[in-house]
Ligand binder design. Sequence first.
Ligand code: IPM
Ligand code: MG
Length: 371
Amino acid sequence: MATYKIAWMPGDGTGRDVMDAARIVLDAIGFDAEYVPADIGWEFWCSEGDALPPRTIDILKTTDCALFGAITSKPKDEAAEELAPQLQDKGLSYFSPIVKLRQLLNLHTNLRPCKAYAGNPLNFRDDIDLVVFRENTEGMYGGVEFHPLPQSVFDALCLNPKMKRFGDKGLENLALSTRIMSRQGCQSIVRQAFEYAKKHGRKSVTLVEKPNVLRETGGLMTRVAREVADHYPDIPLWETNIDAMCMWLVRKPQEYDVLVAENMFGDIISDLAAGLVGGLGFASAANIGDDYAVFEPTHGSAPKYAGQYKVNPTAMLLTVKLMFDWLGEKELAQRLEHAVATVIREHKVGTYDVGLNNTTLEVAEEVARNL
Ligand code: IPM
Ligand code: MG
């Protein structure tokens, strides 16, 4: 029997391309695992009305962790149109399966390292080494939304006098998305950011929020972050607003280290940070819970490139490295990162985004040769 059992979820579009690349490297490095395929993604929404079928959850429960390619998510109306004819008008509504997976399995922490590898021509600067800790289950991703606004919800919201002026527009004209955050959620993500900083000798933790406007949620997060920071006297807590952070990440990214944010702000800054180190083709990610994790690069499914083996597999390969870290396979993690770094530095084999013309799989094979 293999040492590990890994759920294998290519998902949509180029997710499949990069998962094929991952497999080349996993086999070459001698990772002893059984891979269990699991259905997830747009095609299952269209054909079954469920992008995350229950059988997939059952498979996940029998595995150590999951590797995931990418997902295609479309807005409500488009999703409804693409549903199989026999499923239309059944009241099915599309939700992003990865968001659901994060919540269902309580994968509360999204870890997203953004490091400039030497020799990458797409680096904004060569001295960037950021790690984003994104709260992964709460905030604006909680899914508590309404349109039109039910009268009872409107009445309840009128407990806050600021709600009244929206009533003039008519409830059918109002859409509501909520940002619900818990003390527990805030505490957990900030704690993990500090623990990571301590373990890896990082010099600071920066909280990205907007407490001057989002006074209650942003206020809670800020207070909790300060409480947590008191337990780590050697690591300073910096506080920035999301808008200013976007500017500073462009002006002086080298001065930042570990960033921590709630769900939506973490989503935003992780793409920005990825853009500084070569784009989404270089950005790895891990959705981590107490005893399960789903490893998934930050990028989407790029449907227009699907099946062409054109996209950069580096993000996926670095995501495999995060999986090795999480499994405690330190030696495999180091070898893989070293091989990826070598291929980037040599700049002989690479995909179109770095100005070369190799395929996704050729890059993976080159990484495999350097293991
Ligand atoms: C990400 C993605 C997802 C998110 C999408 C695909 C739902 O942008 O993982 O950052 O918003 O979390
Ligand atoms: Mg995102």
